[in-house]
Design a protein around this ligand. Structure first.
Ligand code: NAD
Ligand code: UD1
Length: 337
């Protein structure tokens, strides 16, 4: 079976490519490398000892994407191709709406033209918004997002669901990720944010490797046991394996389906810092500062549905997440550069 990974050179796409190749799928990656590096493709091939077909392509561009569908019999699309920096999305909302919405429409149009009936989409826990109780369950109504990035995810879910209503043959799998961290156990691929990291774990690992002086912890007065925010961190390999299960399921399913991909166990920012220090025997310097605007005190997943329907569950521990992050960062202090 041939799987097209739109945005597949990025953090989640590259790890998913490895798991798909190891499970016997053929992988086609199309990426414009706006937030990734072509070296990721070589690394995927090195880890798996298998070939990837890759295209430098802007997924917004229908002529370019049509060519990919014309030249390859695509059975399933996974749509990773999105801009994801929350703060940047507040400053440049139109760029976020243009990129994230248009890539989705182009993919759906090309799928319709070439008879591809299965799409798996990278959504986010952020669509639950501020109103829902925790843990989040797929049956909850979506909530109010605190930034344009979140709204693009919510809107893309709507567009994909509407498309599946109009075409009863279409299988649409919406994967709501919680907080993916860690790296492949080989240390050959991992998270390589451009510029100053927005997310917690890449910031910690860049402090550990000496690229940043200290971590700033945003807020220590939240109503949690140590005052710092709690999140559901999930190992990137567990998340990638969830995509393999979703691809299998998409191929035999019709209509829209939502799955949370998380562990169900939240950790606070301080617990993450302590776990990283303990797992890797490295001190992480940190300072407390004001809360970051838009952050919720805590949320985590109920992932029972993914376990029941996809036969998927996260198995890797927080220690694994910390060790694998450091293995990637210390072997690649400047990422793919
Ligand atoms: P990433 O930035 O590493 O990967 C996204 C990839 O898409 C990059 O390789 C980028 O170059 C590519 N891309 C972006 N716009 C494109 C376009 N128009 N045409 C072609 N390629 C394009 O991010 P990631 O962490 O791997 O996230 C993948 C997806 O999952 C994104 O849609 C993101 O919003 C979503 N997501 C990520 C997280 C997370 O914590 N990492 C959480 C929830 C959802
Ligand atoms: C953020 C986004 C979310 C997106 C996800 C993955 C917000 C409000 N949410 O989730 O939409 O899907 O990233 O891209 O931005 N922290 C620090 N110091 C840092 C970095 C983070 O203290 O330098 C704290 C944050 O305040 C938060 C926790 O660490 O409490 C996790 O932050 P982060 O990794 O950015 O993930 P989320 O905020 O959960």
């Amino acid at each position: 079976m041939n799987v097209l990974l739109a945005g597949g050179a990025g953090y989640i796409g590259s790890h998913t490519a490895v798991e798909l190749l190891n499970s016997g799928y053929n992988v086609i990656i199309a990426d414009n490398y706006s937030n990734s590096d072509k070296k990721a493709i070589d690394r995927i091939e090195k880890i798996t000892d298998k070939k990837v077909i890759s295209y430098t392509a802007d997924i917004i561009d229908k002529i370019v994407v049509s060519e990919i569908f014309k030249n390859n019999q695509i059975d399933v699309v996974i749509h990773f191709a999105g801009l994801k920096a929350v703060g940047e999305s507040v400053k440049k909302p139109l760029i976020y709406y243009r990129n994230n919405i248009d890539t989705t429409i182009t993919l759906l149009e090309c799928m319709a033209e070439y008879g591809c009936k299965n799409i798996v989409f990278s959504s986010s826990a952020t669509v639950y918004g501020e109103e829902n109780d925790i843990p989040y369950v797929e049956t909850m109504k979506k909530g109010t997002c605190s930034n344009p990035y979140g709204w693009t995810k919510s809107m893309m879910e709507q567009i994909l669901s509407d498309a599946s209503v109009a075409d009863s043959e279409l299988s649409v799998i919406l994967l709501r990720y919680f907080n993916p961290i860690g790296a492949h156990e080989s240390g050959l691929i991992g998270e390589d944010p451009k510029g100053i990291p927005n997310n917690l774990m890449p910031y910690i690992s860049q402090v550990a490797v000496g690229r940043r002086d200290h971590l700033t912890i945003f807020g220590n007065d939240y109503p949690t046991k140590d005052g710092t925010c709690r999140r559901d961190y999930i190992h990137i390999t567990d998340l990638a394996k969830g995509h393999v299960k979703a691809v299998e399921y998409a191929a035999k399913h019709k209509g829209p389906e939502i799955f949370n991909l998380g562990t169900g166990t939240p950790y606070s920012v301080l617990e993450i810092v302590n776990a990283f220090e303990k797992a890797n025997n490295i001190k992480i310097k940190y300072e407390f500062d004001e809360r970051r605007s838009g952050d919720l005190p805590e949320f985590w997943a109920n992932s029972d549905k993914a376990q029941r329907v996809l036969d998927w569950t996260a198995t890797r521990t927080l220690e694994d997440m910390c060790k694998d992050t450091w293995n990637w960062q210390k072997n690649n202090p400047n990422g793919y550069e």
